[in-house]
Write a protein that binds this ligand. Structure first.
Ligand code: ZN
Length: 382
C-alpha cells in the first residue's frame, strides 16, 4: 500500500540543512519512496493532508532501560528533598525485577513502548541490567527482543549485592556464562563505567568478550564524574558513549576523531538527579556527532518523552532547536549505526511524525505540550 502525505508546511528531512516548505512525501510499504514539492507528487493509494503542519522523522531513542519491575518514586522524592544520587538504588529495582514473572516484565515493557510510540518514538533501544544473574539477564533480553531489534546486554550495570566483596568474580560471570546466555538475544554489549560500578580494566574485559561474541559496543561513561569511559569507548570502536557529562579536552578530541563514536546525551538523568548538564555546545563546536536519548529507567530518568529531552537540551545544554531535533532523530540513528532511520529520504524506513505545529521549533518552544499529532511507524499510521 502507498500513502501520500501532502500539504506539509515544513519538512524536516535531516538530508538538507533547511527544512523544505510546501512539500510532500510518498510512502510505499515500509519505505519512503518519494520526497519533493507537493505540486509534483505522484498518486498513491491513500492520502493524508498535513494542512500546513510540520513533518519530521520519528524519534530514535537509542538509550532506554525498560526491562524492570516496580518503581522508585519515593527515592525520587527523597532526592528532590536533598539526598544525593549515587546509583545504589539500582539494586532496589534488581530485587523487584528478579521477583517478577515474565508476563509482568513483558506488560511493563509493552506499556512503556506504547507510551513512547504515542510521543513519537518509532525506534527504541532496550537494555537489560536489572537481572544481574544468568537467567534474569537472558530472559530480560529475550523479552526485550519481542519489542525491538536494538537490544543491549547490560549485565555490567552494577555489581549485585551477592558479589559485593568479590567484584572480579562477577566480571568473570558477566563476560563468561552470562554473556553466552545473553548474546543470542542481544545486538549490543554495554558497561556502566563509573566509580561505584565498573573500572576501566573490568569494562575492557567485558566489552572485548562481547565483541568476540559478535556484539557491538556501547558504553555508559563520564556521568557522575571524570573517568575512562569515553576513551575506552573510542578505543574499542563503540557506536556510542552515553552521558558524557564530565569530559576533559582529551575526551572531546577523542570523540571528534574519525572513530565514529557518537556522544549520546541524556538530559533526563540530570533533570531527575538535579545534576549539572553536559555541555552539548562544546561537543558540537568540536565536530562531535551528538545524539539525544531518554535514558528511560525507574531510578534516574523515568521519562519516555524525547520532546522533553529536546526542550531540556535547548534550555540547559546550549543546543539550538534544530540541532536538538536532529540529535533526537539522525543522532540516535547514528548511535545505533542505522542509516535507514532518522531521516526522510528515499529508501529510509517510513517512520514519520506530523506535529500539531507549523515548525519543529515548537518542540522546544512549547515544552510539555503534546504536539505529536500523527505517528507513522514502518509505513503504518498509528
Ligand atoms: Zn542508562
Amino acid at each position: 500500500m502507498s500513502l501520500l502525505i501532502t500539504n506539509i508546511g515544513e519538512l524536516f528531512t535531516n538530508d538538507d540543512l533547511q527544512p523544505a516548505s510546501d512539500a510532500a512525501v510518498v510512502v510505499d510499504g515500509e519505505r519512503i519512496a518519494w520526497v519533493g514539492p507537493a505540486t509534483e507528487a505522484p498518486a498513491a493509494d491513500e492520502r493524508i493532508d498535513a494542512e500546513g503542519r510540520a513533518v519530521l522523522p520519528g524519534f530514535v531513542d537509542s538509550h532506554a532501560h525498560l526491562m524492570f519491575a516496580g518503581d522508585r518514586a519515593s527515592e525520587f522524592a527523597a532526592r528532590m528533598a536533598g539526598e544525593p544520587y549515587t546509583g545504589g538504588g539500582i539494586r532496589t529495582t534488581v530485587g523487584a525485577t528478579r521477583s517478577a514473572s515474565d508476563e509482568e516484565l513483558r506488560r511493563n515493557a509493552r506499556r512503556l513502548v506504547g507510551e513512547a510510540l504515542r510521543q513519537g518514538t518509532t525506534t527504541l533501544e532496550i537494555k537489560s541490567g536489572y537481572g544481574l544473574n544468568v537467567p534474569d539477564e537472558a530472559r530480560s533480553l529475550r523479552i526485550a527482543a519481542e519489542f525491538t531489534g536494538e537490544t543491549t546486554f547490560l549485565g555490567a550495570h552494577v555489581v549485585p549485592a551477592e558479589f559485593a566483596d568479590r567484584p572480579d568474580e562477577y566480571v568473570a560471570l558477566v563476560s563468561g556464562p552470562m554473556l553466552a546466555a545473553a548474546a543470542p538475544h542481544a545486538k549490543w554489549v554495554d558497561v556502566f563505567v563509573e566509580r561505584g560500578a565498573f573500572d576501566e580494566d573490568q569494562a575492557r574485559t567485558i566489552l572485548t568478550a562481547g565483541i568476540r561474541a559478535g556484539l557491538g559496543v556501547r558504553v555508559h561513561g563520564n556521568q557522575l564524574g571524570p573517568g575512562p569511559g569515553v576513551q575506552l569507548a573510542v578505543e574499542l570502536g563503540a557506536a556510542s558513549v552515553d552521558h558524557c557529562t564530565h569530559l576533559s579536552d582529551v575526551d572531546v578530541a577523542a570523540l571528534a576523531g574519525q572513530g565514529g563514536t557518537v556522544a549520546t546525551l541524556l538530559p533526563g538523568a540530570e533533570f531527575s538527579t538535579r545534576s549539572p548538564y553536559p555541555d552539548a555546545r562544546r561537543l558540537l563546536d568540536a565536530g562531535v556527532t551528538v545524539a539525544l536519548a531518554t535514558d528511560c529507567n525507574p531510578g534516574s530518568s523515568y521519562t519516555s518523552s524525547m520532546a522533553f529531552c529536546i526542550a531540556l537540551a535547548v534550555r540547559e545544554m546550549r543546543m539550538t532547536p534544530s540541532e536538538a531535533v536532529r540529535a533526537a532523530t539522525l543522532g540516535g540513528a547514528r548511535a545505533l549505526r542505522r542509516d535507514d532511520l532518522g531521516r526522510i529520504g528515499v529508501g529510509a524506513r517510513a517512520d514519520l511524525l506530523i506535529l500539531d505545529a507549523p515548525s519543529h521549533l515548537h518542540l522546544a518552544y512549547r515544552p510539555g505540550v503534546p504536539l505529536i499529532r500523527t505517528v507513522i511507524s514502518n509505513g503504518v499510521p498509528q
